[in-house]
Design a protein around this ligand. Structure first.
Ligand code: A3P
Length: 846
């Protein structure tokens, strides 16, 4: 009995042990399973909700960055990302590059530029010199990109803390790249993060994880079969739930990767940090962005991390033009087999892009001008004409800029139209392309006119504006109501159906392609044009677009458009300082020519300062004659409000960088009074109803109209401020300050100085050319026989003296400004005008 009890006791003990062992075993296997699952990323289900479209509205309303949509079933998310208000951040990217020449940095910038995202680059600081992140209450950047993520993780504690606090507070995400090199450790932990890096790997079969919340342009679930380029890939490994793989791949060989788990496991080379670790969302790349899929993910990461404020729309407008239909020498033209190939290519593309249609540009003159076989090709094209779109090229394939006469150009177009009508080619596209884009930019107005009148063209394209390369800098523009799109790529037809296009379409989500044009095909579809979104109203406001500085542009410019038809110097004002007198004296000089008068603004063109600027260079040039001798003739224009219109110096310097600039200064007190009298003479009700004293002394509570008049009287007289704007764009030696008081009292002396400054020959004798008119009280032109020819009544008006208290008030008002002018002129080494000297002497300035 006792023995039996003992045996039973031992058996019970074994049973307990057995159960205990079983429990331990279960726990261990669960732990192993959990570790394996979290360590070896698997493709998971797609997120339940689609991402909103670009614009950031939904994301912003939801509080900035979108909270993660997908919670992996095997992990428990400890925290959720703090909701942030991204209205407090500027939609600008801060890019930390390794150096201004670093390749990845340049690739990052190229993508930001082609996507039209605003950005600012800085050399990544190691310590101590983090750029200013805040401007008043606004965060200056909505996203931070590190070309080298190690620069971020190795920041000194102070700066790292500063940057992380900034990111957490304003919901600013970080994108970082880790590009391994031969010195990189094979395996290492990313400092301060629960993330391990395994470097210098060869990978293959790239998978897109549909569960990655950032996917937008990139289509989930696709696999890029085959080896990835290079053997320097880095994969990320973590068991923290904050990391969601974005792109995963298999290793090329099993041996090298014993430490990474099973051979068939997928390894993440791009991971999205959901912000569950430290409240900051990040996207990390285990390579650069050379691989095309990384470009897509990079753009998606930017969109995601900026709450869609920097985002590429899914809607793309593409058009494939096939120019030169019927054109070409015998033996180089399309035959029946080529036409069949074109149709079959179109059919293939239609399976990828619904309704894809090639757009054929025809030059009718060459129809049936090939070999017999080629003529059959022409016929076949026409038989299938309704399967294509058509646009007029040029009847004889001549470049439009070679036609000066609009009617001759229009006649050529009519011939092409007649051809189209005879052969049943549709003619209502409203789209045309000029051979070599000639005449589109630089603009040849005759082309635009003829296109409009014959074909009713509303859209064309160019690859010239503002210059050929790089393509991402090209812009569209609108000229005379015709929209000019910019082409990105010209491709050979043979290349059209290459892998790039197929891959791009396959890997991009739901792109609504409306049209396809010439132009394809960057693998990542990054550079494709969006619907006129980049079109600007005027077309040469950029420094780089000046056709006078570009040989290629000059070659496709009409012979009439010579840059010699532009002014060599400008008289910039300001108004009421004697600019008309100076203008009239200058035109007496045999080698100096002014512009033709404008029917609207009379002697002044007023090009750089206002809406005329949008009429472009041709419009401006038409105001000037052909110089009879390019080197000795001096053309100029005077527009007196150029002086104080801030945008003018930049625009003027963009077109006329070598121009000389004449500014005429009189005592600003007298200038203000003259302006006031000018307004009274033009029946300005505010000037009529208020004394000059009331105008200049009006306080902030005065009527808007009174304050406007006050501003227009006083502002041009703050001379130094305006001159400084000019000096940003012109060198000091290009600027000449003309003493307006001296011009009035001794014009011959002043004109001698101007001749010297301009370097104009022959030296003209103004003492003989001018005569003082007692009645007018001013110097005037001496006509033959000694009679004076003076300026009209509006110049040198008779009006009462200024009240002494007003003069005193204004003298005080301009005191600081005049002192600033004194300093500036001294700095420039320019002579002080007499009135400034007198002001200095008569007041106790120090
Ligand atoms: P007032 O009419 O107030 O006297 P602007 O041509 O820039 O509008 O400047 C007009 C001013 O030029 C006139 O202002 C006048 O004082 C000054 N002026 C200088 N020389 C002149 C001249 N030879 N004939 C007429 N006005 C002259």
């Amino acid at each position: 009995m006792g023995l039996w009890k003992l045996v039973r006791g031992v058996r019970q003990l074994e049973l307990h042990r057995l159960i205990l062992v079983l429990i331990v075993f279960c726990l261990l296997s669960m732990a192993f399973l959990a570790y394996f699952v979290s360590n070896s990323p698997k493709i998971k289900e797609a997120p339940p909700m689609p991402f909103s479209d670009c614009g950031g509205v939904v994301a912003a309303a939801a509080g900035g960055q979108r909270a993660p949509l997908f919670l992996p079933p095997f992990t428990v998310r400890q925290r959720t990302v703090k909701a942030v208000d991204n209205s407090r951040t500027e939609p600008v990217v801060l890019v930390f590059v390794e150096s201004i020449y670093s390749q990845l940095g340049q690739e990052i910038v190229a993508i930001l530029e082609s996507s039209r995202f605003r950005y600012h680059t800085e050399i990544a600081p190691s310590k101590g010199d983090m750029p200013t992140l805040m401007e008043r209450d606004i965060a200056r950047y909505a996203l931070v990109i590190y070309e080298n993520i190690l620069k971020y993780v190795n920041l000194d504690a102070w700066n790292r803390d500063l940057l992380d606090k900034y990111c957490a507070e304003f919901g600013v995400g970080i994108i970082g790249f880790f590009k391994a090199n031969e010195n990189s450790l094979l395996s290492a932990q990313l400092k301060g993060f629960p993330l391990f890096l395994h470097s210098n790997l060869g990978l293959r079969d790239y998978h897109i994880n549909p569960a990655a919340p950032l996917l937008y342009i990139t289509k989930p679930n696709e696999v890029e079969q085959g080896p990835l380029p290079g053997d320097d890939w880095t994969v990320f490994q973590s068991n923290h739930s904050t990391y969601e793989p974005v792109l995963l791949a298999l290793t090329k060989s099993s041996e090298a990767l014993a430490h990474l788990g099973p051979h068939r496991a997928l390894h993440a080379t791009v991971v999205q940090d959901l912000g569950l670790h430290d409240g900051i969302q990040r996207v990390l790349f285990g390579n650069n962005i050379s691989f095309w899929l990384h470009k897509l993910i990079f753009v998606d990461a930017i969109a995601y991390l900026t709450g869609k404020r920097l985002c590429l729309s899914l809607e793309r407008h593409l058009l494939v033009d096939v120019d030169d239909i019927f054109v070409g020498k015998e033996g180089t033209r399309m035959k029946v087999t080529d036409v069949k190939a074109l149709l079959s290519t179109q059919n293939k593309l239609q399976t990828l892009v619904p309704n894809f249609t090639f757009n054929l540009g025809f030059s009718g003159k060459f129809y049936h001008a090939g070999t017999e076989e080629e003529d059959e090709g022409d016929d076949m094209l026409l038989q299938h004409r309704h399967e294509f779109w058509w646009f007029p090229h040029m009847w004889s394939h001549m470049q439009p800029h070679l036609f000066h006469n609009v009617s001759v150009l229009a006649e050529q177009m009519r011939l092409n139209m007649q051809f189209a009508q005879e052969h049943g080619i549709p003619t209502d596209m409203g789209y045309a392309v000029a051979p070599h884009h000639s005449g589109v930019y630089p603009v040849h107005s005759q082309l635009y006119e003829a296109w409009k009148s014959v074909w009713g063209i509303t859209v064309t394209s160019t690859e010239e504006y503002p210059h050929l390369r790089p393509a991402r800098h090209r812009r569209g523009f609108i000229h005379r109501g015709i929209k000019v799109k910019h082409c990105h790529f010209t491709v050979k037809l043979d290349n059209l159906i290459q892998k790039n296009m197929k891959e791009s379409v396959r890997f991009c989500q739901e792109i609504k392609i409306i049209l396809i044009h010439l132009i394809l095909i960057d693998t990542a579809l990054l550079q494709l044009d969006q619907k006129y979104s980049n079109i600007v109203k005027y077309y040469w406001n950029l420094k780089k677009t000046n056709p006078c500085h570009d040989k290629r542009h000059k070659d496709i410019w009409s012979k009439e458009k010579t840059c010699d038809r532009l002014p060599k110097f400008l008289v910039i004002g300001p108004q009421k300082t004697g600019t008309s007198a100076l203008h009239s004296f200058l035109t007496l000089h045999p080698a100096i020519t002014s512009n033709f008068p404008s029917p609207v603004t009379f002697e002044e063109i007023q090009f750089f300062n206002g809406p005329n600027y949008h009429d472009g260079i041709d419009w401006y040039m038409d105001f000037f004659p052909f110089p009879s001798n390019v080197s000795t003739d001096f053309m100029f224009e005077k527009s007196a409000n150029y002086f104080d219109t801030e945008v003018v110096p930049k625009r003027a310097a963009a077109l006329l960088p070598r121009a000389k600039i004449l500014a005429l200064l009189i005592n600003p007190v007298d200038r203000a009074y003259s302006w006031y009298q000018h307004q009274r003479a033009h029946q300005d009700p505010v000037a009529i109803n208020h004394t000059f004293h009331e105008v200049v002394t009006a306080g902030p509570s005065a009527s808007k109209e009174l304050l406007t008049l006050q501003n227009r009287s006083l502002k041009p007289g703050t001379y130094a401020t305006h001159l400084e704007h000019w000096l940003v764009h012109y060198q000091a030696r290009q600027l000449h300050i003309v003493d307006g008081t001296l011009l009035r009292s001794n014009p011959a002396l002043v004109m001698d100085g101007i001749q010297q400054f301009l370097g104009v020959t022959p030296i003209f004798n103004y003492t003989q050319a001018l005569v003082f008119d007692e009645g007018k009280g001013f110097w005037c032109q001496r006509l033959e026989g000694g009679r004076p020819k003076c300026l009209g009544k509006s110049k040198g008006r008779k009006y009462p003296e200024m009240a002494p208290e007003t003069r005193a008030f204004l003298t005080e008002y301009y005191r600081e400004h005049n002192l600033e002018l004194l300093r500036l002129l001294n700095l420039l080494g320019q002579a002080l005008p007499t009135w400034l000297r007198e002001e200095l002497q008569s007041t106790s300035w120090s």
